[in-house]
Unconditional design. Sequence first.
Length: 264
Amino acid sequence: MSLHFSVLASGSTGNAIYVETEGQSFLVDAGLSGKQMEALFKQIGREMKDLSGILVTHEHSDHIKGIGIVARKYKLPIYANEKTWKAMDGLIGEVPLEHKFSFDMETVKTFGGLDIESFGVSHDAAEPMFYVFHKDGKKLVLITDTGYVSDRMKGIISNADAYVFESNHDVQMLRMGRYPWSVKRRILSDYGHVSNEDAAVAMSEVAGDKTKRIYLAHLSTDNNMKDLARMSVSQTLEGRGILVGEQFDLIDTDPKTPTPLTAI
């Protein structure tokens, strides 16, 4: 069985991604309520009781809101690095010791035939990290919540079959929007979020011959729109010699509706 995945929810209001292969299935983050998570799983024909575990990227509420509830209800192991565990203390409720596992940054854990690689990103959290899934030569990269994509990150995530890639905001919408300047400065900083144009530049530098799909993820509710993100990313890629639809497809994600469960 190849890798299958669904972006269950993505955006400012909550994030969760489902990844499965034969004998293993993982939830990456659970930034929605337990009821919302159950409804999302129902839409893709899966049940949370069958999960192998939950992988945590960082402690912000739009990524961990439902983790404690889901893990306790279904007795699921949770994987996070030490600093993230400390930062989550008091935010996700009591988690039995036997369900708490360490997943250090820049390491690989193997579950059956599935290798999961963690890597650090640049974000204003304790020790934020995202994941690369490797299975039988297939590669799925999840990368959101980063102020920029460094050369180190690019080396780790290059030439994946599919990406779930942050395209958080349109810079002009953000600058002209209602947020206080302190929040705007945070988002625009190296510890904030990647803009549409910066995401496209990074995509052009990491996409390879294997790359077939890039999912535009973690769009800001106030400072972006699906059509605008897709247009901005496409135009920037075209300016760098990449025609969307020929090398790879750009795919929308949504804060409430999961993408179809797809194989790579």
